[in-house]
Ligand binder design. Sequence first.
Ligand code: TYM
Length: 334
Amino acid sequence: MFQDKKVVFSGVQPSGSLTLGNYLGAIKNFSAFSDEYRCYYCVVDMHAITVRQNPAELRRRTYDTLALYMACGLDPERNVLFVQSHVPAHAELAWILDCYTMFGELSRMTQFKDKSAKNADNINAGLFTYPSLMAADILLYQTELVPVGVDQKQHLELSRDIANRFNGVYGDVFVVPEPYIPTTSAKIMSLAEPSKKMSKSDPNENAVIRILDDRDTIVRKFKRAVTDSGCEVRRGEGKEGIENLMSIYGAVTGKSFDEIEREFDGRGYGDFKLAVGEAVADSLEGVRREFARLSADKKYLEEIMAKGASEAARAAARTLGKVKKKVGFTDIRY
Ligand code: TYM
C-alpha cells in the first residue's frame, strides 16, 4: 500500500513527561507528513536507558508516549507507531554502524558533553554511542526526512556522515536523510532561564510546560515566566524571555512576530503572558482529553504496539539483510 512513498522517521524518548518543546518542535508537526510519506514514529526506549530510569516508570511512560502520539493526531492506520526495543534490528544495525563511526566524531557531540556533565557518575558507553543507535533508527527505514527540533541537528549530520561513509565503501545501501526543522518553534526555551532549552528533565517545574499540565498550571507557569525589566512586547537584545514567549504564541496561533508586536502594542507583559498561557492551554486541551481516553485502554495500546512492531520489523529486515550481506556476514537458515 505504501510501496512508492518516501519515508519519514522520528523518535521521542520516554524519559520524562513530554514538554511543550517536544510538542511544538516535533510531535505537532508529525501528522502533516502522513498523506505524502510512509511515516514511522518510534518511542525510543533503548535511548532512554542511557540515563538511569526507574523500570516501572519507563514502562508506563512508554505506553504514555504512544498514547500521546495518537492524542496529538497520529492515526495508527496511517502511520507506523512502534516501540524501538520491540524491533531488534535497531540494536543489530547500531552495532554494525558503531564500527563505521569514529571515536572523534562521537566525542564532538554536544549532547554527549551536556549529558556527561549532568550525569558525571554514569558516563556509560551507551551515552557515548547514542548517535549511532539514532543513525540505525533512521537508516533502517531508508528515511528521506527526519522532523526534529534543532537540538538534534548535529546527530542528524552525523547520521548523514555515517550513511555516506557506508555507501562510499559498499555502494548505495542507505538513503541519506535530511532533517526537517520547523522555522519558529525549533528551540523552545526554559521559562525560568530563557538561555537554556526547555527540557523534560529540568528539576525546576516552573521552567517547563508539560503537554499534560492542566489549564491552571499552564496559565500560572506562564505568568511566572522570566522576562526582562522592560515592558514592550518585541524582540531585541536582552529580551530572550519575551522572544521565547512570542515564538510559543506564534506557534500555537499561527501569528507572525509582526502581528504579535502589533496585537500587544502598549499592553505590557502581564497581558501578554496571560494571553500566551491561555492560547497554549486552549491548544493542548484536546490533546489532554484524548490522552486521558487512550491511556486508559492498555489493551488497545498493546494492539497498536504489536501492529507497529510487525510492520516496522518487516521494513527493517530488508535493510538489515542487505547490510549484513555487504559487510560479509554469512547467512544460514535454522
Ligand atoms: P527527545 O526525546 O529529547 O525529544 C523529542 C523531540 O523533541 C524535540 N525537542 C524540542 N524541540 C524544540 N524545543 C525544545 N525545547 C525541544 N526539546 C526537545 C527534539 O529535537 C526531538 O525532535 N535523540 C532524540 C530521539 C531520537 C530520534 C531518533 C529522533 C532517537 N532516535 C531518530 C529522530 C530520529 C531525542 O533525544 O529526542
